[in-house]
Design a protein around this ligand. Structure first.
Ligand code: UDP
Length: 438
């Protein structure tokens, strides 16, 4: 005889990610964790993103194992990825969001013969529209803020900083961050405006405040890493679930469940695995891995400056150079290609996690994207930071990440194992979403 709870159909979570590489990776990892708990998941992407995901990645093979997972695509008119995040934002706001709302309304919250209407909406923390929308349709909303808690908290307090007239001159007033030596230049560039009424600043602050309207907020971080800030944040956002590092969490849950499903990696570019063969022929911890993520662009001059530094350091290096990451020239300069042969190896896109965990890698020259930072922490690889924009400057100021690579790696792995805080928080999040369903 089946019990009452067994008769209740599984929760149906609709996930709507912001279509940039780092955000997509986090959301796919979350979708996988939900699938492992037998939730039904509808993952909303544009047709453009869908094509990228199916072409380049483990996505089809991973999700084939879960009949409860489905993509729902939205027709779009998407600009090319990679060079300007500013191109993606209007495409998402003006094209994808209205179509998403329409689909949700027209299709009974994505119900189908096999699944109930959506019971919970997980939206990227960038999507300020989600708070009004979820309220209008009466759907519980969980925001997923994929960058660090410290970065979120700085945004959250922009209003206070403006009112205290601490922008743009000095920064000291963020509760929980007193011990954190933020200088003006550690804040994202748009914080450094001289105009406190600056439109971008004001709209980012307003969007960040929407978070308080969600029923819960997920962060890809862990308590040992950002504990003091998180405990202050909980005074304003009582239901925070820290479940990171989410890429490692996925691995640990697969092992625990003895699942044969593959780890999901949502690359928009094709991985060049030849770099692993090259690393195999290098001495332990002798190689610097150089990657500036999926959005950063460099000028030809910056590129050559880095290259001279690397070559003169007499250190071996593996360098990820996306073709669309170089401005003001015709692709990769020939002298750089030629001069790299002796000491280095260039690829257009690497299997980054595998690279960072390779014994030959001893350091990471990074733009300090949050995913790259967490992946480096888990692998115990010390970082040299060249922060580029957005959260990078704040991430790169967390000096303890750089100095205590091995200790941090142990903590990061422990937190996603049974009994660790991220492990426990994921179970609590799952329990909470189930409770919304009954
Ligand atoms: N990445 C990768 N291969 C590369 C470069 C980056 O797989 O050659 C992945 C990396 O592992 C990370 C993501 O792309 O998960 C980049 O996210 P991050 O937050 O570090 O930076 P962003 O691209 O958002 O600036």
């Amino acid at each position: 005889m089946s019990s009452k709870t067994e008769d209740i159909p599984p929760a149906h979570v609709v996930i709507f990610p912001f279509p940039a590489q780092g955000h997509m990776n986090c959301m796919l990892n979350l979708a996988h964790l939900f699938c492992l708990t037998d939730f039904h998941v509808t993952f909303i992407v544009s047709e453009f993103t869908h094509r990228l995901l199916l072409r380049n990645t483990s996505v089809p093979s991973t999700f084939a194992a879960y009949p409860g997972f489905q993509f729902r695509t939205i027709p779009d008119d998407h600009p090319r990825f990679g060079d300007k995040i500013a191109d993606i934002v209007p495409a998402v706001t003006n094209i994808m969001v209205p179509l998403f709302k329409k689909i949700m309304a027209d299709e009974d919250l994505l119900a189908s013969p096999n699944r109930r209407p959506a019971t919970c909406f997980v939206a990227d923390g960038f999507f300020s529209f989600a708070a009004d929308f979820a309220e209008e349709i009466g759907l519980p909303l969980v925001y997923f803020r994929t960058p660090s808690a410290s970065y979120f908290w700085s945004y959250f307090h922009v209003d206070d900083l403006i009112q205290a007239q601490e922008i743009p001159i000095k920064v000291k007033g963020i509760p929980g961050m007193e011990g954190f030596l933020l200088r003006r230049r550690d804040l994202p560039a748009f914080f450094r405006t001289d105009d406190v009424n600056d439109h971008l600043l004001q709209s980012l602050a307003a969007a960040t405040r929407q978070i308080t309207r969600a029923q819960a907020v997920i962060f890809n971080t862990f308590e040992d890493l950002e504990g003091p800030i998180l405990s202050i944040m909980r005074e304003e956002l009582p239901r925070i679930y820290t479940i990171g590092p989410i890429h490692e969490h996925q691995k640990s849950r697969l092992i625990e469940k003895k699942s044969e499903a593959s780890i999901v990696a949502g690359n928009f570019w094709e991985e060049d695995r030849s770099c692993i063969d090259w690393l195999n022929s290098q001495a332990p911890r002798s190689v610097i891995y150089v990657s500036f993520g999926s959005i950063t662009v460099v000028t030809r001059e910056q590129l050559m400056e880095f290259w001279h530094g690397l070559v003169n350091s007499s250190q071996r290096f593996l360098w990820v150079m996306r073709l669309d990451s170089i401005t003001g020239g015709d692709g990769i300069p020939a002298e750089l290609m030629e001069g790299t042969k002796e000491k280095g190896y260039l690829v257009k896109w690497a299997p980054q996690e595998e690279v960072l965990n390779h014994p030959a890698v001893g350091g990471f020259l990074t733009h300090s994207g949050w995913n790259s930072t967490l992946e480096s922490i888990v692998a115990g690889v010390p970082m040299i930071c060249w922060p580029y924009f957005g959260d990078h400057t704040i991430n790169s100021r967390k000096d303890e990440f750089l100095e205590r690579a091995n200790g941090m790696a142990k903590m990061a792995k422990k937190t996603v194992d049974r009994g660790g805080s991220s492990y426990t928080n994921l179970d609590a999040l799952i329990g909470y979403i189930k409770s919304l369903t009954i």
